[in-house]
Design a protein around this ligand. Structure first.
Ligand code: ACM
Ligand code: ZN
Length: 751
């Protein structure tokens, strides 16, 4: 072994990294590929005394990929794949490994079987890629993850997935070196884990009378009873399966909110006494656990059973989206606030979480909670899962708490990853592959010391709109691949195109295995750029952009339409439609982009308050780029302001006549996005003295569908100021109650 390694190190030092890149995901930290191949044939045996389970895993998977059934042997043979578990090998972290492919021998070295397992996963990708020839390039890989927490979540409450499906999901995670599975087992719409001391939790709580279908606002239902749960035996089976894949399963038991399925079974644990039914609509429910002794007694019984099933050091106890509406008018809750010397319901939430944390800590486990566990003060030992943005994670890290980063802006896999017209119905948003790939789990605000508290990223798969496992696959792939490199620490957003070409190779593997995935990366994507007042529209695709054809008059593109050669200059209002063609046939769906060129397009704009980092792509110029944000895609072409007003000043460069200001805003209460409470337009000749002209009241705004138009007698001025006032604090009874509302605005079109 030593001899081989020595030989390779010296050899690579000369040859370097000059041979064909292999399409590994995640990219290893270091890879050196040399000329020559190992030919994998039936004469190889697998040698792995210290890693018997990993040896079997490798054997099974080589057979699946190649048909070769390699024997597992206890001694080195002339041709072997050696799993070299070597506790002395301390050059890597416990998950690190070294993989050497030499002429007749493959060696994976690590100091723990976790590392051996990741070396195997890398080797399997190499075998898969070279499946037709079975010639594996000679190489040396030295690899280890950047983040110890590499998480993927699955909600089995909104829709239920069988243990066989969950195991397939775990296979996918393991293949991309994800090591934490956050299993969201309870929510308003279904309790999914058998609890022997409280059988009604599943007898009543696991079944609902029907499910919401279609977009949330349509309020349509299927009329079909729905439900299911896992027995404790099934849970143990899944946990053991995950352990073999070196995945830790973290169960989530939601409290104090998202509890309606429990309250349907035990209405006495609510503030009002009910009755309740298991949730049928999605969203946030006002009826949550009342912090009574009986409630804590039941939750403690649940925790007692949960900790026997899950070896993880963590229990996730939710904490998110718990409206305080009921607590405010509940005599018991108000009494408890007084008795405990708490100031308000937010501190009561903190009391709830801290009390449960104490119980869980006494059992030797730690809690994770969504960022709302910061409300009213963070429980002493809690890890924060930062989802509403990255601020919760930053706050946690700065106060000495661990954090996991899972912001909606980049890591919610229930959001769209492509054009809503061609993707299955999803929650909303715009979380394309490149957006996921661009995520950096370490916020720039943190010092090196604080950054150590960022355990890593996690992506979430909420299943309100995901009704079957094929659709889970679709939403997972290929975004899981981007998460994989973000979490492993080898993502390079500036090299996105290289990553994308590796993804395309991996999609072929998914095809071979019959795994569903989104083809959104083949869509034509349009990007609007404003440089020195000139607006351009750039079209791109993972295919060759030369085959894009487009029209500028709103007609459908054909193979005879204009070929796309370079960014299109936009100088007047027009509608561009573009389609990708191969051999004269349209391959992609057609994208449509309308430009509304007004007197403000491309002019100088200044914002007093800046938009939130996650919703600021393009910056202030997004507001004068000739494009109104699409109301379905609130991630794109919109600016989002968290708790802040928009105060925009546009300088026309000279005195200009105008009589209307048109802008749009969004109302998506479930995502904490609210219409503004007022719009105000003022003008100035000198840029310092402003005179109010006209505005819109809250009533006028609520009556609009988000297209806000202010009209007034013709004015003549060089400067215009548009103020759009944020709603402020989200009122009780709504998602995010008590937090600052998001205000989404796009385009300020002046004519
Ligand atoms: C969440 O998405 N409610 C954590
Ligand atoms: Zn109460």
């Amino acid at each position: 072994m030593k001899y081989i390694k020595y030989l390779f190190f010296s050899f690579f030092a000369v040859v370097g990294n000059s041979y064909a890149q292999q399409n590994l995901i995640p990219q290893p930290q270091q890879i050196d590929i040399k000329s020559g191949n190992l030919y994998l044939d039936r004469n190889f045996s697998i040698v792995g005394k210290g890693s018997p389970e990993e040896a079997k895993f490798l054997q099974k998977n080589i057979k699946e990929i190649t048909g070769l059934e390699l024997p597992i042997s206890s001694k080195d043979a002339k041709k072997s794949i050696i799993l070299n578990l070597d506790a002395q090998h301390t050059a890597f972290s416990n998950e690190g490994y070294e993989l050497i492919v030499a002429a007749n021998q493959i060696t994976i070295t690590a100091n723990q079987n976790r590392g051996i397992f990741y070396g195997i996963q890398t080797l399997l990708q190499l075998i898969e890629e070279n499946r037709s020839s079975l010639n594996i390039p000679l190489l040396l890989i030295q690899d280890a993850p950047k983040f110890a927490y590499r998480g993927m979540h699955l909600d089995v409450s909104r829709h239920f997935f069988s243990t066989e499906e969950v195991k397939q999901y775990l296979d996918y995670l393991a293949a991309y070196k994800i090591n934490k599975f956050h299993w969201h087992l309870t929510d308003d719409q279904g309790w999914r884990i058998e609890i022997k001391s409280h059988p009604k939790l599943t007898e009543v709580g696991a079944f609902r009378k029907e499910s919401q279908t279609g977009p949330y606002a349509a309020m349509t239902f299927d009329g079909k009873p729905y439900g299911g749960f896992y027995t404790q035996e099934q849970i143990k089976d899944v946990v053991a399966y995950a352990q073999a894949l070196h995945i830790e399963v973290i169960p989530e038991i939601e409290m104090p909110g998202h509890a309606q399925a429990v309250l349907a079974a035990y209405p006495e644990l609510s503030c009002t006494g009910g009755p309740f039914e298991v949730g049928t609509t999605w969203g946030v429910m006002d009826d949550i656990f009342c912090p009574k002794d009986e409630t804590f007694a039941l939750l403690e019984d649940v925790i007692d059973e949960v900790i026997t099933l899950f070896p993880s050091k963590y229990i996730h106890i939710g904490g998110d989206e718990a409206p305080k509406t009921r607590w405010k008018s509940c005599p018991h809750c108000q009494e408890l606030i007084k008795k405990e010397g708490l100031t308000d319901e937010l501190e009561l939430q903190s009391y709830f979480i801290t009390r449960m944390e104490k119980y869980i800590n006494e059992k030797g486990k730690s809690i994770i909670g969504w960022d709302e566990i910061l409300e009213g003060g963070l429980a002493p030992n809690a890890t924060v899962m930062s989802w509403t943005g990255i601020q919760g994670g930053i706050h946690a890290a700065k106060t000495g708490h661990d954090a996991i980063m899972t912001p909606t802006s980049h890591l919610y896999f229930d959001y769209y990853q492509g054009n809503p017209q061609t993707e299955p119905l999803a929650f909303g948003g715009d979380t394309r592959l490149d957006k996921v790939y661009s995520f950096n789990p370490i916020p720039s605000e943190l010092s090196a010391e604080e950054a150590k508290h960022i355990l890593g990223p996690q992506a979430n798969m909420w299943t309100e709109y995901i009704t079957n496992f094929k659709q889970v696959q679709h939403m997972l792939f290929p975004r899981l691949m981007a998460l994989s490199e973000v979490a492993w620490g080898t993502s390079k957003p500036d090299d996105y195109k290289k990553f994308e070409s590796r993804v395309i190779q991996h999609l072929k593997v998914l095809d071979r295995k019959g795994i569903n995935y989104s083809k959104a990366i083949y869509e034509v994507i349009g990007n609007i750029k404003l440089v020195d007042g000139q607006l351009t529209y750039t079209l791109s695709t993972a295919n060759d952009p030369k085959h894009i054809r487009y029209t500028i008059d709103g007609s459908e593109p054909s193979s005879a339409s204009l070929p796309y050669v370079s960014p299109i200059n936009i100088d007047q209002s027009q509608t561009i439609k573009a389609t990708y063609f191969e051999n004269g046939k349209p391959i992609s769906a057609t994208i449509t982009q309308s430009f509304d060129i007004s007197k403000s397009t491309g002019k100088n704009i200044r914002l007093v308050e800046q938009p939130g980092e996650a919703y600021s792509t393009g910056g202030a110029s997004t507001l004068i780029d000739g494009v109104f944000g699409d109301k379905q895609y609130f991630g794109k072409n919109w600016l989002g302001f968290n708790g802040k007003d928009v105060n925009a000043t546009i300088d026309f460069g000279k005195e200009t006549e105008f009589s209307t200001v048109k802008l749009s805003s969004l109302d998506r209460k479930g995502s904490w996005i609210h219409f503004p409470k007022e719009v105000r337009v003022s003008i100035s000749k000198d840029g310092s003295q402003y005179e109010f002209v006209k505005g819109l009241s809250q009533a006028e705004i609520i009556d609009s569908d988000g297209d806000l138009v202010v009209t007034f007698p013709v004015q003549n001025a060089r400067y215009i100021k548009v103020e759009v006032l944020n709603l402020g604090i989200i009122p009780d009874g709504q998602a995010g109650a008590g937090s600052g509302a998001w205000l989404f605005v796009d385009e300020i079109s002046v004519n």
